[in-house]
Design a protein around this ligand. Structure first.
Ligand code: DX5
Ligand code: ZN
Length: 218
């Protein structure tokens, strides 16, 4: 199966959101990656619920929402109402992660858990059968356009092993510094989905760049 490509709207032109959403609709991308930052969990503020709602009005593909916020459990219902299809929370931001996963599912969304670069994959052992997606961060979250952290490829392989060993159906997504070179390495390590922001939106032909990522094969 070909890799899932999820372009990060953090790098789109915020003055032309509808245009960029339609560009993704008409590309070979699979999902929209939506980065929500609160200036508390991460040292940056991106955008929030009204912007997700506005994008959802035009989007024809699933909204893959990545919450980089403190206490995400409080906002699960709001993100469901705003149009999230997949809701990913950070392991590091959840005191009661199992409860938050249940909360996400009870609102009809798929549940993902993101791991910062320093967080061990095996910490997911007791929830891996409950979740739909593991998000391996290949940069420290907070900003687009950062340099890929090579250890992420090892973590992808570890996540894949854990998933197979435990009989989980979760997919492994990677986020940060993804381009054709790092993307290929990640796929070789077992990644099912790639997020790419600056590599897509800063390229001369974003639809071709998406197609190039989509065509990556082991
Ligand atoms: C970073 C975000 C990423 C970001 C990726 O905290 O989670 O989704 O948009 O940007 P690039 O692909 O430019 O590293
Ligand atoms: Zn992200």
């Amino acid at each position: 199966m070909s890799v899932i490509v999820s372009p990060s709207m953090l790098s789109c032109d915020f003055a032309n959101i509808q245009r960029d959403v339609e560009m993704i609709n008409n590309s070979s991308a699979d999902w929209f990656h939506i980065d929500i930052m609160d200036g508390v969990f991460v040292p940056n503020i991106s955008f929030g619920l009204p912007v997700l709602k506005a994008m959802k009005k035009h989007a024809t593909k699933p909204m893959d929402v990545h919450l980089m916020i403190a206490d995400p459990d409080k906002y699960v219902a709001d993100f469901a109402a705003a149009g999230a299809d997949i809701l990913t929370v950070h392991y590091e931001a959840c005191t009661h992660l199992h409860r938050t996963i249940q909360n996400i599912h009870s609102h009809g969304m798929k549940a993902g858990v993101a791991l910062n670069p320093h967080t061990n994959v095996d910490l997911l052992e007791n929830v891996i059968r409950e979740i739909d997606l593991v998000l391996i961060m290949s940069v420290n979250p907070g900003f687009g356009g950062q340099k890929f952290i090579p250890n992420a490829a090892l973590k992808v392989a570890q996540a894949k092993n854990l998933i197979n060993h435990c009989g989980s159906h979760a997919v492994v997504e990677v986020d940060g510094g993804v381009n054709l070179e790092t993307g290929l390495e990640l796929i070789k390590s077992g990644a099912d989905a790639l997020v790419a922001g600056s590599f897509v939106f800063n390229s001369p032909d974003p639809q071709k760049t998406i197609a190039d990522l989509k065509a990556l094969e082991v």
